[in-house]
Design a protein around this ligand. Sequence first.
Ligand code: AMP
Ligand code: ZN
Ligand code: FE
Ligand code: FE
Length: 282
Amino acid sequence: MERSADLHIHTTASDGRFSCEEVLERAQASHLQAIAITDHDSVENVERAIALTSESDLEIISGMELSAVDYGQDIHILGYLMDIHDVHLQEMLDAFREARYTRAQKMVLNLNAIGVDLKFETVLKQAGSAPIGRPHIAGAMVEEELVYTFDEAFAKYLNFESPTYVHKMEITVRRAVDIIHDAGGVAILAHPGTLDNPDEIIAKLIPQGIDGIEVYHPEHNHERIKHYLELTRQYGVLVTGGSDSHGSQSKRNAIGGSTVSYASVRELKKYQERNYQQRSLS
Ligand code: AMP
Ligand code: ZN
Ligand code: FE
Ligand code: FE
């Protein structure tokens, strides 16, 4: 029988808590047919996952998650099936990584200025080799006992509205889509349910090269799922889905907790093959 796929998983190569090996173990225990590792601004664990599963029947789809800013909102774009060795893609990911480092330094300085005595070294330790994200800063604040919980760090200091917040390197959705397409990949709008006025935003983004919508996501209830499925039919775009697992913090985001049918994975691959041939001819 054909099983399902979880196409949205973070690892320690970005702000997830599970290593590549831990993710694979859990994916196999959940009897998934395919998974995509979609770290923020990193494809570091994609190749590792492929190598580690060469003897198993778990299929690895190459992935990543880019953040864009458009219409005053943080909009996440998932990239699938890119050539992860593409030189331009690697250059872009390096630039994002550097910008994230500087941004984290600034956020720590801002926190210090309001009397929160966080050390940048603790943030670096939390991030390890990953591009630094706010969850690493939150983890460092917990470690230094400046807050009681991870959520408290976000609620008090790390959210979009906080005066100590610093934006990431700002790219538009169109730019994110181009980066993905130029590396031979497919661009999917991640978790539209988390946006303000999602339907309006979707209507504006589809003509900018978005190839599909992440329909299945823990933030989407049944009604939302039905609605986004309907939109994918209306616009004639792809359907994807996944758990957006970041580790063990919450049950809702458990690996395999939100999935898409393997039929949709097949559509994704067919679409990529067709479009990549067209792009390399033009
Ligand atoms: P960044 O890319 O550095 O801006 O961090 C974004 C990541 O922080 C998201 O992908 C989530 O994993 C996490 N995040 C954002 N908001 C919250 C929140 N309110 N509570 C917990 N985690 C959050
Ligand atoms: Zn994340
Ligand atoms: Fe996201
Ligand atoms: Fe994510």
